[in-house]
Every structure is written in structure tokens, then in C-alpha cells.
Design a protein around this ligand. Structure first.
Ligand code: GRF
Length: 203
């Protein structure tokens, strides 16, 4: 069984959706570990309810970001994860962390990258006045939301939208996108060529 480690910082709705996709048999995998850098993250409560192994790992308990992420890399390696998913993990990982898991760390972002990277992507898109936004799952590299794109899904911005309604609709699409990205990654269907990913079609 393929194993997924998930890093979170907060609400954990993408984690819940991923767990749900596994429960529904859409994704043949197990969540072997969840690590949160926030002790009060609601995502942790979900893990405890579902008996998913989880740990809290706080930056302030380490001498440096490097030390924090080296420790994190150790825990994730020990979990035997085949894939590392950042699902609302609000920190930039270090180059050394990525080197531990080459082409195996993915992130989900609530905009069509490269538009609106960083924080409050839905608000950035709404304020800019775009007619189409969406979400992106990408391979994490050393930049902020800059890695090769695996899947993008579009969400239309309606004239009746507020920032919140737009964010809600994007989130629903995120929930249906993340497990699909995990599936093709775990099935070995994704290869990287420069900035592009190549996805093997189903036969
Ligand atoms: C999502 O919108 C995700 O795209 C972004 O952070 C948010 C996390 O939400 N990276 P949740 O914790 O999964 O509910």
C-alpha cells in the first residue's frame, strides 16, 4: 500500500477530503503521518478522531528553520511515505527538505499559478477582477508556489461572487483535485521535464 505524509497548519479540509477519497476507494493509499506546525490546528483533531498518526512540530522548538526541516525530513522518512503532500502548510520548506524527497513533495494552491502566488490567493484574484480563477497542484521546488504544475482546474468568477463565495467554490474543486494528483503521482504517471510535467495517459 502506498503511503502519504501530509503537512498541515490549520483547518485541514484538504486532508479530510483526501482521507475521504481513500475511504471511498478512489485512491489506493494510506495516510501514514500528519505533521502540523501549529498545536491548535483543527486538522489534528480530525487525525485523533480517525486514528491517523499525527505529530506537532513547532519551529520555535528548533534553533533554525534548517534544523526544523531536517527534523521534519527525518520524521517523514521514517514514516515510509511515498509522497509528501503540503495541504495548507503555511511554511516554505527548505531546499534540503526537498532534496530528501526528489519530485515527491506536492502542494495545493487556490489560484491558477503563476497568477496570485503566496497568501490570500483567492482575495488577490477577486480584487484583481479576473473572470476565471481555480486551483493548482504542483511539485514543490525552492520558490514560493513556483514548481512544475501537475493539475490545474478552473473556477469561473461570477458577478454575484464575494471573496468568500469564490474561495468556497475553489475549495470544493481543490477537494476533488488533490486526490487525483496524489493518484497519478503514486501510480508513477508523472515525470518532470524542466518546468513541465508529463502525465502518462490511462491505457
Ligand atoms: C487551501 O485553500 C489550500 O489551497 C491552501 O491553503 C488552504 C488550506 O485549507 N494551500 P485546508 O487547511 O486544507 O482546509
Amino acid at each position: 500500500m502506498k503511503k502519504i505524509a501530509v503537512l498541515v497548519s490549520g483547518r485541514g479540509s484538504n486532508l479530510r477530503a483526501l482521507y475521504g477519497a481513500i475511504e471511498q476507494g478512489k485512491l489506493d493509499a494510506e495516510i501514514c503521518l500528519v505533521v502540523s506546525n501549529k498545536s491548535k490546528a483543527p486538522a489534528l483533531e480530525f487525525c485523533r478522531n480517525k486514528n491517523i498518526p499525527c505529530q506537532i512540530c513547532k519551529l520555535k522548538d528548533f534553533e533554525s528553520r534548517e534544523a526544523f526541516f531536517d527534523h521534519l525530513a527525518g520524521i517523514v522518512s521514517l514514516s515510509g511515505a511515498n509522497l509528501v503532500v503540503l495541504a495548507g502548510f503555511m511554511m516554505l520548506v527548505t531546499p534540503n527538505f526537498i532534496r530528501h524527497f526528489p519530485n515527491k513533495v506536492i502542494n495545493i494552491h487556490p489560484s491558477l499559478l503563476p497568477s496570485f502566488p503566496g497568501l490570500d490567493a483567492q482575495k488577490q484574484a477577486f480584487d484583481y477582477g479576473v473572470k476565471i480563477s481555480g486551483c493548482t497542484v504542483f511539485m514543490v521546488d525552492e520558490g514560493c508556489d513556483t514548481g512544475p504544475i501537475i493539475i490545474q482546474r478552473a473556477v469561473e468568477v461570477l458577478e454575484t461572487d464575494t471573496e468568500e463565495t469564490l474561495a468556497d467554490r475553489i475549495l470544493t474543486v481543490e477537494h476533488d483535485t488533490l486526490w487525483r494528483a496524489c493518484k497519478i503521482m503514486l501510480d508513477g504517471k508523472v515525470s518532470v521535464s524542466g518546468r513541465r510535467t508529463l502525465i502518462k495517459e490511462e491505457q
